[in-house]
Ligand binder design. Structure first.
Ligand code: ADP
Ligand code: ADP
Length: 216
């Protein structure tokens, strides 16, 4: 049975940062829906052009295109043992679609960490985020700066600030998250796989909590 970990939590809480670390330790693939959309945006694909109009407003990209993008990603060989899902599912319809996909791929959602922190922390983190052009590696101007200004430590590419990390758009994304994604917390709690994680601490402290809950 392939193992899938779903990272739940509001924008800016640290899902991408923790997903990179967890992928390293568990050797599972890191599948980030936001990164996949941004890759399409960079390559100016039709999907990228469609997604951009929603992303710029801080709204969710429609379920059907999101689901088919993820289905394609999860059918690649590096997901055979499972994956860490970062940013998907984000609506009840996406969670249902994931169940169906996993039945087909013989996978199971084993662990759903729900990482949370106060809104002021989310806004401070997202608005200071710097992202790498080449592969989406994540930095923070104050909490996790790169060794060289504006250059990714890992691949040497340029760092940029996402258009949707402006304070107004972050607040809109938090609102959308509360309305459309929060129901998933209850959904996974009822399945018995949800674990609450305090996301307000340092990266290292959050990782430690995630890993100790994973071992159980
Ligand atoms: P998400 O994927 O949930 O939107 P990210 O992992 O991209 O969140 O993190 C948002 C920003 O906050 C990034 O700039 C990241 O470097 C920073 N960050 C992540 N975790 C922490 C933490 N525990 N403490 C301080 N800053 C953090
Ligand atoms: P964050 O990590 O800060 O929450 P993401 O990179 O996950 O941000 O998402 C950025 C944007 O990409 C979202 O605001 C939304 O427009 C789009 N997006 C990402 N994942 C999904 C999804 N599962 N369903 C619909 N839209 C999504």
């Amino acid at each position: 049975m392939a193992t899938f970990i779903v990272l739940l939590g509001p924008p800016g809480v640290g899902k991408g940062t923790q997903a990179e670390i967890l992928a390293d330790t568990t050797k599972l693939a890191h599948v980030s829906s936001g990164d996949l959309f941004r890759e399409n945006l960079k390559n100016q694909t039709d999907l990228g052009k469609l997604a951009k109009s929603f992303m710029d407003k801080g709204e969710l990209v429609p379920d059907d295109v999101t689901i088919s993008m993820i289905r394609e990603r999860l059918s690649r060989p590096d997901c055979e043992a499972g994956a860490i899902l970062d940013g998907f599912p984000r609506t009840p319809a996406q969670a249902d679609a994931l169940e169906k996909m996993l039945a087909e791929f013989q996978g199971r959602v084993d662990y759903v960490p729900f990482i949370n922190a106060a809104e002021a922390i989310l806004v401070e983190r997202a608005s200071g985020r710097w992202t790498c052009r080449a592969q989406g590696h994540i930095y923070h101007q104050k909490f996790g700066p790169p060794k060289r200004t504006n250059i990714c430590d890992v691949d040497g590419s340029e760092l940029y600030q996402r258009d949707d990390d402006k304070v107004e758009t972050v607040s809109k994304r938090i609102k959308v998250y509360l309305e459309q994604t929060m129901p998933l917390v209850e959904y996974y709690r009822q399945k018995g796989v949800l674990v609450g994680i305090d996301g307000s601490q340092t990266v290292e402290q959050v990782t430690e909590k995630l890993l100790s809950a994973l071992k159980k």
